[in-house]
Design a protein around this ligand. Structure first.
Ligand code: NAP
Length: 680
């Protein structure tokens, strides 16, 4: 049996010893051998820092996003092969899709978010400019730049594809190279994933490395610029977080650990309601997907005390339909655990749980399996525990990382919250109810001990992604026992890999540093009208100043009649005067904005293709009939689109009156053409 190779220092490394065997979760046959013997961990980190980091730094966020999309498409073409290997980890096809399609979905999602929410640049400007002095010559703003280290990603065995990809996507987008260390038990699947990623030839050298087996002395070589994202047990997480080098160098360390997630059934959800059925169905799904080896799975089902027996009965009925066995068999709905060791671990944890309750479904020592050998494969049936006394500690403390859940009663909403919180920090919780008031009590009461909370009812059930699915646009992670970390959460996950730096300077310098025009810095008005310039010719600071235009009472009356906006402040002198903010009839804000457009526009066909919105619009001073307005419009941010014939231009607009006071400020968003091929 060949040992898995690691991808380090730009090459595939063959271990220098024969490695330890990995076994098929279903048949017990040896699948591969694993070892990291012979790898110089210091040089692996250095390779990432010296090759991967600089190569990524040459690419803008949009270019990296385009590569993520191409990579996702490449992996999608090889899904079948990954599914087949995934079956050897004990996963059914549905489980494999959860892991593999879910991981590819994260790449797509980050690619699209990167293009929509990040600039086509290498620096991310965070938040608006802060005035730091009265005269406007001293201003501040935050910028985010990538850490110049390696994102070391240590994964758990249960998601060999989703785990690495959900960490890789935001790191890559941020411009930080990745080193994947898969959990040994299922490393053969991650290994094939990385082979496919490398074979795609899309990724800059050094931006992705893989170490199969132990990480050896890698932690000794971490610097302040490296990060660690750990997923696994709380015990390992704690040990690694306490590593002296991590502490000494303040290495950014994210932990996703085990958690005792709960699902609460609302008192309104009595038998016969949609919510009752949804609760039971979701509970059984969470127990059986990935054979319950899901960090977000429901470990504690909290139900109103008078419904305890009804829920137990309904759950047992549904669990009786679960077919355990070889995931390759079509009738099988729950596969094997990842290894025999894992099965032993679950049996041990179940024993502890049974000190607090009784088993009402399943026997940990006996399971009927389809198309497999129940002893050679790591099979267990779904195991449901009924615990009549929810004050006992075990259900809130013992995680049986398999198809195991405990049902417990609660008295009222406050009691449900108290019990939910006894998990001491969970990744996910759910409340199944149609009663919004009950949902509010539980969500807000339990939120500080949860990373994510789902309210499920018949109104959202069809579209709901369910209790156990982390989504790339929302954070995944939880406080306390769950590790205190956060992953993904859209652009938040990208920024996690970057350093936020407050830059204090004069406006001209800040414009130069951020690449975005800042109020108070130089404008160029001497040139041609900026609307006549193609994207490549336009410069930050290019401006047009137009006006003045007098706003008359007739204009205001006409606008009121024409649009139907006859709000009293524009039409009734007496009522307007009685308003605490006005001295009489005022012009509509929208009239001011429309006149401003009439002033700054360059009407002929040209490079400006469309106006697609306004942002940050504020009306600052009333405009009265007789006032004269002037508009100053300045190119603030220029974002060429990759693979398109146009880009986006954000313009700063300041409308002032005859006294020089700003009456309206906003950003105009336009699409501007790149120079046509024949004029290049
Ligand atoms: P584990 O034993 O803690 O292992 C997790 C990872 O840490 C593996 O890759 C493991 O590598 C590695 N590791 C162990 N000791 C290490 C060391 N001294 N230095 C560097 N790396 C080390 O956890 P597991 O049993 O694989 O995973 C199950 C647990 O993970 C469950 O408790 C589950 O709740 C949790 N989990 C949490 C999440 C989440 O997102 N929060 C997701 C999935 C699972 P080896 O395999 O080579 O030992």
């Amino acid at each position: 049996m060949v040992a898995l190779r690691s991808y380090v220092n730009g090459d595939w490394h063959v271990p220098s010893d024969e490695g330890a065997p990995l076994h098929d979760a279903v048949t017990g046959d040896e699948v591969a051998r694993v070892s990291s013997a012979g790898i110089d961990m210091a040089s692996v980190l250095e390779h990432g820092r010296s090759k991967g980091g600089p190569a990524l730094a040459e690419l803008t966020f949009h270019q990296r996003a385009a590569l993520l999309k191409a990579l996702a498409s490449h992996l999608r073409e090889h899904r079948e092969e990954l599914y087949a290997l995934s079956a050897r980890t004990g996963a059914t096809l549905a489980d494999s899709k959860f892991d593999i399609d879910g991981g590819i979905g994260v790449l797509f999602s980050y690619s699209s978010k990167g293009r929509r929410e990040l600039p086509n640049d290498t620096v991310y400007v965070d938040g608006s400019v802060e005035a730091l002095g009265k005269g406007g010559t001293f201003v501040g703003q935050h910028v985010c730049t990538p850490l110049r280290g390696v994102a070391v990603q240590i994964n758990a065995f249960n998601f060999p594809v989703w785990g690495p990809l959900e960490k890789f996507a935001p790191a890559f987008l941020a411009g930080v190279p990745t080193l994947i260390k898969p959990a040994t038990q299922t490393a053969y699947l991650t290994h094939r994933l990385v082979e496919l990623m490398v074979e795609s030839d899309l990724l800059p050298e050094g931006s992705l490395q893989l170490v199969c087996g132990s990480v050896g002395d890698l932690f000794d070589h971490l610097t302040d610029q490296d990060l660690v994202s750990f997923t696994g047990s709380a015990a390992t997480g704690q040990r690694l977080r306490a590593h002296p080098v991590v502490a000494a160098n303040s290495v950014r360390f994210n932990v996703e650990a085990d958690s005792l997630n709960c699902s609460v059934l609302g008192p309104d959800a009595v038998p016969g309601t949609d919510e009752f059925k949804l609760f039971v169905k979701q509970l059984v799904t969470e127990m059986t997907v990935k054979a319950g080896q899901k960090c977000t799975a429901i470990r504690r089902a909290l139900v109103p005390e008078h419904l305890l027996d009804d829920v137990v009965e309904a759950a047992r009925e549904r669990l009786a339909r679960v077919v355990v066995g070889n995931p390759a068999s079509e009738q099988v709905t729950m596969g094997a655990l990842a290894s025999l060791e894992q099965r032993e671990e679950v049996r041990r944890s179940l024993k502890a749980l049974l000190e607090a309750g009784t088993l009402v479904h399943g026997d940990p020592e006996r399971v009927e399996v389809v198309d497999a050998d129940a002893e050679r494969g790591a099979f267990l049936p779904p195991l449901l525990v009924r615990c009549a006394d929810p004050e006992l500690p075990q259900p809130h403390e013992v995680e049986a990382f398999g198809p195991v859940s405990t049902i417990m009663p609660y008295r009222d909403a406050d009691h449900a919250v108290e019990l939910a919180r006894r998990g001491k920090g969970s990744l996910a919780g759910s409340v199944v109810t149609a009663d919004a008031e009950f949902a509010r009590k539980v969500v807000l009461g339990a939120a500080s001990r949860h990373g994510r909370m789902l309210v499920l009812n018949s109104r959202n059930a069809k579209e709901s992604t369910g209790h156990g699915s982390p989504l790339p646009m929302l954070v995944h992670g939880g406080p306390g026992r769950a590790g205190g970390g956060e992953e993904m959460g859209g652009i938040r996950g990208v920024l996690h890999h970057m350093q936020r730096t407050a830059v204090q300077a004069d406006p001209d310098t800040l414009t130069a540093v951020t690449g975005q025009w800042v109020t108070g810095s130089q404008r160029n008005t001497a040139d041609q009208h900026p609307f006549t310039k193609y994207l490549e010719d336009l410069r930050i600071g290019d401006s047009v100043v137009a006006g003045p235009r007098k706003v008359t009472l007739e204009d205001v009356q006409h606008f009121a009649e024409f649009t139907g906006d006859t709000f009293y402040a524009h039409t009734d002198e007496e009522a307007a005067r009685a308003n605490p903010f006005f001295e009489g009839k005022v012009a509509h804000g929208y009239l001011v904005v429309s006149f401003a457009a009439g002033l700054f526009v360059h009407p002929d066909p040209g490079p400006v293709l469309a106006n697609y919105g306004l942002e940050n619009l504020r009306f600052l001073t009333p405009t009265y009939p007789g006032d004269e307005i002037t508009v100053t419009m300045t190119a603030k941010q220029i974002t060429p689109r990759v693979n398109a014939e146009h880009g986006e231009v954000r313009w700063d607009v300041d409308v002032t009156n005859q006294n020089g006071d700003s009456v309206a400020k906003y950003d105009v968003l336009t699409l501007v053409a790149k120079r046509p091929e024949e004029q290049k």
